[in-house]
Write a protein that binds this ligand. Structure first.
Ligand SMILES: Nc1ncnc2c1ncn2[C@@H]1O[C@H](COP(=O)(O)OP(=O)(O)OP(=O)(O)O)[C@@H](O)[C@H]1O
Ligand SMILES: [Mg+2]
Length: 680
């Protein structure tokens, strides 16, 4: 076999993924096998090179796209740097054009161009669009991989995927060797997945000189990314794409006099007990509905352009769909009827893709924030944004992850508006005021800062990323929070005294919920009370659904008495649950809302509770845990809860004073006056 320099030259013509193995064959002097495998790998690369040439026979860029107007600069920076940050307005062409620019630079031949998206539907639809622009069938030169679906071939040059998929792949391909370029799209979303990937990329770039990384972001905070990937020569270059293709008009439509603006009602929903004085539970939603219908009418009167409406939860989507079905939308008649389509994460990809199917008349898509970024749905001319979303947030007080509905950030609202104005001018109606918009946070807080550190540590360990203290996070968690996280995991039995994951730790890492809730569920499986614990676990993730307005405290207490259990407030939750389920079976939505108000239960929070319960149920089914019929056994339920909340144990130190066990120095606690155990 030839000498090393010649081998090195041959190696450069091979697929990157094969190079390590070829090197070890060389070192082991297995010349015959080496020769055969070199040829095979070079043939694969040659074939891919031919695919690229064939694609660019047809390729053309749409010169109207802002990215295309700066194509030379972008190409130059990618050629000259290993990491490039690209930011630009929505619709400027980042997702669809960057992979093509890479291909033209000769990248994608020796390894795939991996392109991540925060959501499945975006991965699939961006892949479809790039394939279409390159006149290549989807799944060939351009493919995608998401959970439960993959369309790729050995010759796939550009592979779209969710960031979760790329993270999962890193478990078997630690240095991402199948990729020559990785594009992390929508990095400003700063999900935990994205932050893990950015950390992994930082490490991988030190190991692999043949990898390029492109980070795209909305026009925000690009400097953070550039600094993170800086070298001794300075930060990574940032390319700012100027301008947008079509204008988007923003119309602010806050609730009119007497009607609560959307954000106020959100505060109301998230309000702690006792609720806001004078607030009549249930009253606000009627106005919200009119408010929304007015916006729909305003847009529908313009023409028959499609409308995208954002809603915080699946349940809100169903209710809005129902509302719209019973509403006479301007322009509709006996023949032409607006089509209503829901879009949320739990739908299958095939169901989600219905929003792209051609149709003859107007369509209204009602979506959660799965539609917030990346998507181009050509028919959509209008967006209606109530300005709220369900945002997962760790509550240090309750020591669990909660899922409150909150006002979204300005960056999120801009992404939502950016779903129109893509193939022509668009209009976005915000159901809140401009002052409200301007007072909002600029960006959504990165998920790592909203997440229980115990859960981040658990994932870091499950992915075998080494000590969390040294993992190169963009925003490294602070040391006290890390210590607290370790303590929680130890308390849950998820790690041993050497901080290694135990069997329980591994099981917990596969349950994407707060570790305490997860631990309760695992304990409940043993105790045979999974059904009961899912109901209780779900309510612990929201604000207490009981309302206790200042001016109606006595009435509220009287109404709540029916739910009291003399032995346990947790069993009391089961009573509220059963009461609500009973009502739900027998009452129409408006009557249900009224019944909730009469019993001083927040209709919205009851809905949230049900939503989260559905999610937990799904998760437990996926994890294949065993269910049993409900027995409401006091011992089993309380043992399960305690397993998750050992640190919630308190000793009764004086008549009504409790001190948290374990000497955490958190001061004294008292039993809440609304509790069935109060005064006992
Ligand atoms: N499926 C499609 N059908 C028609 N036009 C499309 C489609 N996908 C993209 N386009 C056109 O290409 C433009 C750029 O889309 P692209 O997704 O690359 O933008 P982007 O900069 O990534 O936007 P965002 O920040 O919203 O993700 C769109 O504004 C639209 O004009
Ligand atoms: Mg994009």
């Amino acid at each position: 076999m030839s000498a090393f320099p010649q081998f090195q030259k041959q190696l450069d013509r091979c697929m990157i993924a094969d190079r390590n193995r070829l090197r070890s064959l060389f070192n082991a002097q297995k010349w015959d096998v080496l020769q055969a495998e070199l040829e095979q790998s070079q043939n694969r690369a040659d074939q891919r090179r031919q695919t690229v040439s064939a694609l660019f026979g047809h390729s053309a860029y749409d010169s109207g796209l802002p990215v295309v107007q700066q194509i030379d600069e972008i190409a130059k920076q990618i050629r000259e740097h290993r990491v490039v940050v690209v930011c630009g307005e929505t619709g400027s062409g980042k997702s669809t054009q960057l992979p093509k620019i890479c291909l033209e630079l000769g990248l994608g031949i020796h390894g795939t161009i991996g392109h991540t998206q925060p959501r499945r539907i975006a991965a699939r639809s961006v892949a479809a669009r790039i394939a279409e622009e390159l006149h290549s069938p989807l799944g060939q030169a351009v493919g995608y991989k998401v959970r439960f679906a993959e369309e790729t071939s050995p010759n796939t040059l550009v592979k779209l995927m969710t960031d979760g998929i790329l993270l999962a792949e890193s478990q078997t391909d630690k240095f991402f060797n199948q990729y020559e370029v990785i594009i992390i799209d929508e990095a400003h979303e700063r999900s935990l997945n994205i932050d893990f990937l950015l950390g992994m990329m930082k490490r991988t770039l030190q190991e692999r000189r043949d990898l390029k990384l492109i980070i795209t972001s909305a026009t925000i905070d690009a400097k953070r990314f550039a600094d993170h990937f800086g070298t001794t020569k300075g930060p990574a270059p940032i390319i700012e794409i100027a301008g947008r293709t079509y204008p988007i008009e923003i119309r602010y439509r806050p609730g009119t006099a007497g009607i609560l603006p959307a954000t106020d009602s959100v505060l109301l929903m998230a309000g702690k007990m006792p609720a806001i004085p004078g607030a009549v539970p249930g009253d606000d939603e009627i106005d919200e509905e009119t408010h929304l219908l007015n916006a729909v009418d305003e847009l529908a009167r313009m023409d028959r352009g499609d409308i995208l409406i954002f809603m915080p939860t699946e349940r809100d989507i169903f209710e809005t769909a129902k509302l719209l079905k019973h509403h006479k939308i301007p322009g509709d008649d006996s023949v032409r009827k607006t089509e209503i389509l829901p879009l949320y994460a739990r739908l299958t990809v095939a169901e989600q893709l219905k929003i792209f199917k051609p149709h003859t008349y107007r369509r209204i898509v009602i979506a959660t924030n799965v539609a917030e970024s990346s998507l181009t749905v050509p028919g959509i001319k209008y967006v209606i944004d109530p300005g709220t979303a369900r945002i997962s947030r760790y509550s240090a007080r309750s020591k669990t992850q909660r899922l409150p509905i909150e006002p979204i950030s300005r960056a999120s609202a801009d992404q939502r508006a950016g779903r129109c104005g893509r193939v022509g001018p668009g209009i976005c109606i915000r159901l809140f005021s401009q002052e409200d918009f301007e007072a909002r946070d600029r960006y959504t807080t990165p998920e790592i800062q909203r997440t229980n550190l115990a859960s981040v540590i658990l994932q870091t360990k499950a992915m075998r990323l080494g000590a969390i203290e040294t993992f190169p996070f963009l925003d490294p968690p602070r040391s006290p929070a890390i210590q607290d996280g370790y303590k929680t995991l130890f308390e849950l039995g998820a790690i041993d005294s050497d901080q290694n994951l135990t069997d329980i730790g591994w099981k917990l890492s596969k349950l994407p919920v707060d570790p305490r809730i997860g631990r309760m569920i695992l304990a409940a499986e043993k105790e045979g009370c999974v059904r009961e614990i899912l109901i209780i676990g779900a309510v612990l993730e929201i604000q207490d659904p009981r309302e206790r307005p200042h001016d109606k405290q006595e009435k509220a207490d009287a109404a709540h008495r029916q739910f009291l259990d003399p032995d346990s407030d947790f069993l009391g939750y089961l009573k509220i649950w059963d009461f609500y389920q009973g009502l739900k079976e027998n009452l129409s939505q408006s009557k249900l809302r009224k019944a909730c108000a009469q019993n001083f239960l927040s209709y919205n929070r009851m809905k949230e509770w049900s939503d989260i319960h559905v999610q937990l149920m799904q998760l437990v089914r996926e994890a294949k845990l065993h269910f049993q019929p409900r027995k409401d056994d006091y011992g089993a339920i309380h043992r399960s809860i305690l397993t998750g909340f050992l640190s919630g144990i308190a000793n009764c130190s004086e008549r009504f004073d409790y001190t948290v066990a374990g000497g955490t120095g958190q001061g004294k606690f008292y039993i809440w006056p609304g509790s069935g155990l109060f005064g006992r």
